[in-house]
Design a protein around this ligand. Structure first.
Ligand code: PLP
Length: 399
């Protein structure tokens, strides 16, 4: 028996992280200062994208994406039911229509063949975009999704909240990192404490598209621009009186579209930058834990499915599918292991049921939900703790 709770996910805050935050707190800027751009540049470099825009959380990142892509009332957007609700909700924020499509039971990711069938059976122009999710940290094959999306003129938002550092191999055996912008129009990340990089709250949008990048920057801050070249009012108006000058005064700015305050603070960005330095180290540890779990449960009869050991997987979660999941969940809790369930299918949330979705819509997602459980997975999980988790599970199933 252990003394402390083993959660399914946990942040790791070091002295360097604390020093970085303290130094930001002691600087001249608590928000809108230099730490923001520093974090953006470092993060873009890490994932391999041209641009990055840091925001207050992953949900805000998704909302900015649907706004920047111009989602409007009735626009149909495809996503997976096995995700956190925000992946779908961002469509609803713009009054679009969420169209769920089932998962592939072997990867737990949005099933591209089912998406293809849906698109083939609808008039061209019916759907506007796809939001594939690198669920649990497993990278979606975005090359394949891009090809399909191009046939139907769809945009792609990659929800990479679970997968900083994750990758897939493309058809030419090139490594394609999650969020690198080579295939998706936009990608988003979350810096909630259970994620790879913790800011407390925080999110990021990455893209290679300059036009979208500029839209995101404006939308993050009330739709305001300070760029003279974009101003639409006259210099006279800006100055408040007739003037010979062609210069806009220093204070002048324009709110040109309806935006939000989705900014991150400088001290959170400082924490993010500091955490990012250890991102690869954390990933190595996550992959080692996944390898242990995968070996431990390789031949177990009670395992109906599991994340397994997959190249490029970023292992935000390690999932097993079992019989009597409720019993196992309780047994683990009684022994201080707080495993978690990811996710209750989104289409069966009361909000989405009320929009017409119902049980039986998605065989694989619903069957997955009945057995899935996410085991503890975070870089500081010790080998003893991993063994303890495995022993508890084996004991529960009589092994
Ligand atoms: C797949 C996925 N998308 C979006 C989000 C939203 O991120 P945040 O909690 O930072 O708003 C999360 C967070 O849990 C997530 O797991």
């Amino acid at each position: 028996m252990i003394n402390t709770i083993i959660p399914y996910g946990k942040q790791n805050i070091t002295k360097e992280d604390i020093d970085a935050v303290v130094s930001a707190l002691q600087s001249d800027y608590l928000t809108q200062g230099p730490k923001i751009n520093e974090f953006e540049v470092e993060f873009a470099k890490y994932v391999g994208s041209k641009y990055a825009v840091v925001v207050s959380n992953g949900t805000a990142a998704l909302h900015l994406c649907t706004l920047a892509l111009g989602v409007k009332e009735g626009d149909k957007v495809i996503t997976t039911p096995i995700t956190f609700a925000a992946s779908a909700n961002c469509v609803r924020y713009c009054n679009g229509e969420v169209v769920f499509v089932d998962i592939d039971p072997s990867t737990y990711l949005l099933d591209i063949e089912k998406v293809r069938t849906l698109l083939e059976n609808a008039p061209i122009g019916t759907y506007k975009g796809i939001i594939p999710v690198d669920f649990a940290g497993r990278a979606v094959d975005l090359e394949a999704f891009r090809k399909l999306a191009d046939e139907y003129n769809l945009w792609i938002i990659e929800d990479a909240c679970h997968a900083p550092g994750g990758y897939f191999e493309d058809s030419k055996s090139n490594i394609q990192k999650c969020g690198n912008g080579n295939f998706a129009d936009l990608a988003i990340f979350s810096f909630h404490p259970v994620k790879h990089i913790a800011c407390g709250e925080g999110g990021m949008v990455t893209t290679n598209d300059e036009t979208l990048y500029k839209k995101l920057l404006a939308l993050r801050t009330h739709g305001i621009t300070k760029n003279e070249l974009e101003f639409s009012n006259s210099v006279e108006f800006a100055c408040g009186h007739a003037t010979e000058s062609e210069q806009f005064p220093g204070w002048y700015m324009e709110m040109q579209t309806l935006g939000f305050n989705y900014r991150l603070t400088d001290f959170q960005a400082a924490l993010g930058s500091s955490q990012l330095k250890r991102a690869d180290e954390g990933l190595i540890k996550r992959r080692a834990i996944a390898s242990n779990y995968s070996k431990a449960f390789k031949d177990a009869q009670f395992i109906k499915g599991q994340s397994g050991f997959v190249a490029g997987h970023a292992y935000h979660l390690y999932i097993i599918e079992v019989e009597n999941r409720l019993g196992l969940y309780k047994h683990l809790r009684e022994n201080k292991v707080f495993a978690q369930i990811h996710y209750i299918p989104c289409h069966l949330m009361p909000y989405y049921r009320q929009l017409g979705w119902k049980e039986g819509d998605f065989l694989h997602a619903e069957s997955y939900y009945k057995g899935c459980i996410s085991l503890p997975m975070y870089p500081t999980l010790t080998i003893n703790e991993q063994n303890y988790v495995v022993q508890l599970i084996n004991f529960f199933y009589g092994i």
